[in-house]
Design a protein around this ligand. Structure first.
Ligand code: FES
Length: 198
């Protein structure tokens, strides 16, 4: 495959969760999306950046695109979600994102370019399971401190809505934020940016 072809941007439909609450529904939504891709398309787009249409996401919804064979989440955070992220530092292992799990332009408390939209590889940094979204605050099974976030069903790791890992869980790192840039107010390109520094 030539480099020109490899760099071809692939337009993808953003898969939007059908349930405002359902982590299982969100994760499940990625399956038909992946399966619907023809093998040739998958091969061609293996390393290509992916465009996602943000206009399909309602506040609080989570969408999924596939990039380099991995699920990538795009979360449209509500003002309440953003506000809660400012009160969690004492619960988190790396609240200021000191470790390299994001491009420099996302090394901030919200781990994003725009506060409203957060983008991350949807794989737990312990052993790579796909965490479930848990938007409910202080549910019985996750405890009174649970602010809403992502819970990994494999071994119980927890992440907030910026992908920051909680203390005392198996996962050692925040979720990975991939390179990305906004092509317009409603379109983001996942997998590429204008930062030549790496
Ligand atoms: S893979 Fe997520 S906690 Fe182990």
């Amino acid at each position: 495959m030539g480099s020109k072809e490899a760099e071809t941007v692939t337009r993808r439909r953003l898969v939007v969760a059908t349930s405002a609450l359902g982590g299982i529904a969100v994760v499940g939504a990625a399956i038909p999306f992946v399966a619907s891709m023809a093998p040739s398309e998958r091969a061609r787009s293996a390393g290509a950046p992916v465009e996602a249409d943000l206009s399909k996401l309602a506040p609080g919804q989570l969408g999924t695109v596939e990039w380099r064979g991995k699920p990538v989440w795009i979360l449209r955070r509500t003002p309440e979600m953003i506000e809660r992220l400012g009160r969690l530092d004492r619960l988190l292992l790396d609240p200021a994102s000191a470790r390299t799990q994001q491009p420099e332009y996302c090394r901030n408390p919200l781990r994003s370019i725009r506060p409203e939209f957060w983008i991350a590889v949807a794989l737990c940094t312990h052993l790579g399971c796909v965490p479930s979204v848990r938007k409910d605050v202080a549910p019985a099974d996750l405890g009174p401190d649970w602010p809403g976030g992502f819970y990994c069903p494999c071994h119980g790791s927890k992440f907030d809505f910026a992908g920051r890992v909680f203390r005392n869980v198996p996962a050692p790192l925040n979720l990975e934020v991939p390179r990305h840039k906004y092509l317009s107010d409603a379109v983001v390109l996942v997998g590429a940016d204008d930062d030549a520094s790496g």
